[in-house]
Design a protein around this ligand. Structure first.
Ligand code: PEP
Length: 249
């Protein structure tokens, strides 16, 4: 039986300036040696200072996106190597807001993930269906396609994390039933085992994301193949995020 270390990942999205750093520091000092991995993904402008703020604590920091190339003529973009240079250990890729706002396709996400993994980052690859797709009973097809297209061949239990984020549950307060979460997570696990073999397939961590709060975290974490959460809104306040970390420990 493979032991997967639990992971609580916070996605600050386009929120946070230097004023948020003391809050991050207080979160870090309350978990000197957490029994789970805790990751905060602040905006790129804050990454280096956030890394300094959590230095020598149990918390690490990550990016929210990266470019597929190492460097070059890509105004406004940030490469995986730059994230590493700023102190990142991971990067969120293919978030539905990136897929929507920036037209990212599965193959773009895959190229970014290859670049991230080559740079030594963990790639947290997001998949998830729209409400329309769920209502048309296409959820598993959509997620299977996103997985095939977005997850690179070089993936391992160490460099890949998959986040299941139903688009209609992000920032809405709506959450799938526990059975629905379990169905998708079991499906993702089976697909990973089929593609990468049991050893790797069973070692990849699967996060649920979409309106996770201190009040619903424990029941979600009890669902099979849920190894943690990707948290948006509730990661912005140390008190809320602590409640989620505590439910995971
Ligand atoms: C997210 O966007 O990754 C997310 C899960 O957001 P929220 O927790 O706010 O629904």
């Amino acid at each position: 039986r493979v032991m997967r270390r639990k992971l609580a990942a916070g996605n600050w999205k386009m929120n946070g300036t230097a004023a948020a750093l003391p809050e991050l520091q207080s979160l870090a000092t309350s978990y000197p040696d957490a029994s789970v991995d805790v990751l905060i993904c602040p905006p790129a402008t804050l990454l280096h200072r956030a890394a300094e703020a959590v230095k020598d604590t149990g918390i690490t920091v990550g990016g929210q996106d990266c470019h597929a190339a190492e460097s070059g003529a890509h105004t406004g973009d940030v490469s995986a190597l730059m994230l590493v240079d700023a102190g990142a250990s991971a990067v969120i890729l293919g978030h539905s807001e990136r897929r929507e706002d920036h037209g990212e396709q599965n193959e773009d996400v895959c190229a970014k993930a290859r670049s991230a993994m080559d740079a030594g980052l963990k790639a947290i690859i997001c998949v998830g269906e729209s409400l329309e797709q769920r209502e048309a009973a296409n959820t598993l097809d959509i997620i299977g396609g996103q997985m095939s297209g977005s997850i690179p061949d070089q993936s391992t239990g160490e460099n890949l994390v998959v986040a299941y984020e139903p688009i209609w549950a992000i920032g809405t307060g709506k959450v799938p039933t526990l059975d629905e979460i379990g169905e998708v997570h079991d499906f993702i696990r089976a697909r990973l085992e089929r593609r990468f073999g049991e050893g790797v397939g069973r070692s990849v961590r699967l996060l649920y994301g979409g309106s996770v709060k201190p009040g619903n975290a424990a029941e979600i974490f009890a669902v099979s193949n849920v190894d943690g959460a990707l948290v948006g809104g509730a990661s912005l306040k140390a008190k809320d995020f602590s409640g989620i970390i505590d439910a995971l420990q």
